[in-house]
Write a protein that binds this ligand. Structure first.
Ligand code: AMP
Ligand code: MG
Length: 485
């Protein structure tokens, strides 16, 4: 790899105690081929996209060689999966370094699907092309929607087949993240580390993500507060666009507040709070409506890991942690209702707003209205030919909403602009994502590129997006996503 590529790598994580990672070499693959490259991510990282298509760079994306200045490791972590505690770790991912960008930011560069590690348990350490493209597309769409998320730099196929229910083409995705520190990393430290090791992890997290936290005062309590604030913000953003993560295990919740690990995730079409997509979530633990509550549950697991750092007396620690945890729900609701008011073009706050919003959502549930398109139609002032828009009770709601808008001092234009900025014209609808993946699996990446392009400016209301607002054809059963391992 030549210097011209622009790698400027560090590996601060490797300075943590040894038990937090395993140094391992990449596992080479037979014949890597670059299938997707995200030039805008490359540029923002300070990389020269023109060199990233070279054989050398492709070998880096494939884990056949390390980028200049890089070093590879798999991170250790634990986590509560569907409520049960497990030792986990990067079972199929490799960190190859932290890129320092021209503006001084630090991002993990991680290869996902890069082969077995000491944490692979029974797994093969590999990933299939479909799920990697899915993560690529959905994470990039989330970024464009303005939602904190890990990003995707590239996908390569490996030239090897992997066995799932059938043989599938293997692939590796290069993921870019503010860090891969998870609630599960703290659970790991709390269970298997010493107090000093836990402290080192907490100090490292503070320095990396919350440098503004002063070192005097109870900085670990402040770490807890920050993570709670970020997650309350993140989950409200998910709810506002109808995103369902699907596997909100504690190992899939970041300390940075970015969305991570797009497995069986999907966007809701019809508004139904009970929507579950994941085929492995039989009990609906991670249903749309449960996401805020589950986030609170995960944050309680995080708080537990910090107890020894919060106060010398256990009882005092618990009290401190509880007080902050109780705040999560209020923070979340404040963010959510602020976002909902914006979706309805409302600038100020009135006492009755919550019931106005809840009434709309309840009508949307009754009339099985499409979540995104309902807000899109309200933004465009278009009447839809749907059960909702025909319904008398909805017409009454529309009147109430108009009256409410008339009571604010901002103009109609300002209100409409707020709605446009808050209601995406397009989201990555499942049938579109599947269509793009299928075409790609057959060697045609143009469908995916077009979709990526259309989703890159969701608030612009472009004519080319129109076609992507169409609903999926009615199917017999509910849409199901699979874990994507
Ligand atoms: P996830 O559900 O994708 O968050 O993964 C949960 C855990 O399983 C993580 O520790 C992963 O690294 C691990 N894992 C998932 N797929 C594989 C695989 N194919 N081989 C080895 N480990 C895996
Ligand atoms: Mg995970």
């Amino acid at each position: 790899m030549t210097k011209a590529t622009g790698w400027n790598l560090d590996n601060s994580y490797a300075e943590l105690p040894d038990k937090f990672f395993s140094i391992i070499d990449p596992n080479p693959v037979v014949s890597p081929k670059l299938v997707v490259l995200n030039e805008s991510v490359a540029t923002s990282l300070g990389l020269n996209a023109e060199f990233l298509r070279d054989e050398d760079a492709v070998n880096v994306f494939a884990g056949n060689k390390l980028p200049e200045g890089g070093s590879s490791l798999a991170q250790a972590y634990a986590g509560h999966q569907f409520g049960y505690f497990n030792m986990l770790g990067d079972g199929r991912a490799l960190m190859v370094g932290e890129q320092i960008t021209p503006d001084g930011k630090r991002f993990d560069i991680q290869l996902k699907g890069s082969g077995r590690t000491p944490y692979s348990r029974g797994g093969d350490g590999r990933a299939a092309l479909g799920p990697m493209l899915r993560e690529y597309m959905v994470s990039e769409a989330m970024h464009a929607l303005g939602i904190p998320t890990t990003r995707s730099l590239a996908v390569v196929t490996t030239g090897e087949s992997i066995m799932r229910e059938t043989a599938l083409p293997g692939a590796i995705m290069t993921r870019v993240a503010a860090s891969h520190l998870r609630v599960g990393t703290f659970e790991f430290a709390s269970k298997w580390g010493t107090l000093d090791e836990l402290k080192e992890l907490a100090d490292y997290s503070l320095k990396r993500h919350y440098p503004e936290v002063e070192s005097d005062g109870n900085q670990y309590l402040n770490l807890l507060k920050k993570v709670i604030e970020q997650q309350a913000y993140l989950i409200s953003k998910w709810q506002l666009v109808g995103f369902i993560h699907g596997v909100m295990n504690t190992d899939n919740m970041t300390i940075s507040g970015e969305t991570i690990d797009y497995g069986p995730c999907a966007f809701m079409d019809k508004y139904d709070p009970l929507t579950v997509f994941s085929s492995i979530d039989r009990e609906g633990r991670y249903a749309y409506a449960n996401q805020p509550r589950i986030a609170g549950w995960n944050l309680a697991r995080f708080a537990e890991t910090l107890l020894p750092l919060l106060h010398d007396e256990q009882e005092e620690s618990v009290e401190l942690a509880q007080e902050v945890l109780y705040g999560f729900s209020d923070l979340y609701h404040a963010n959510y209702f602020r976002g909902m008011r914006s979706k309805l073009g409302l600038f100020n706050e009135e006492k009755e707003d919550q019931s106005l919003i809840e009434e709309l959502l309840s009508l949307m549930t009754t009339y099985k209205a499409d979540y995104t398109n309902t807000f899109r139609s309200l933004t465009l002032g278009e009447k839809e030919y749907s059960a909702l828009f025909e319904a008398e009770d909805f017409k009454m709601w529309l009147n109430k909403w108009q009256e409410r808008k008339a009571r604010q001092s901002e103009s109609i234009e300002e209100s409409l602009q707020l709605m446009r900025n808050s209601n995406p014209a397009v989201i990555p609808r499942n049938h579109r994502v599947e269509e793009a993946i299928q075409a790609a699996e057959n060697g045609d990446f143009s469908v995916l590129e077009k979709l990526h392009h259309v989703l890159s400016k969701p608030y612009d209301y472009l004519p080319e997006q129109e076609e992507y607002t169409q609903l999926p054809p009615e199917t017999e059963g509910p849409y199901r996503t699979f874990c994507g391992t």
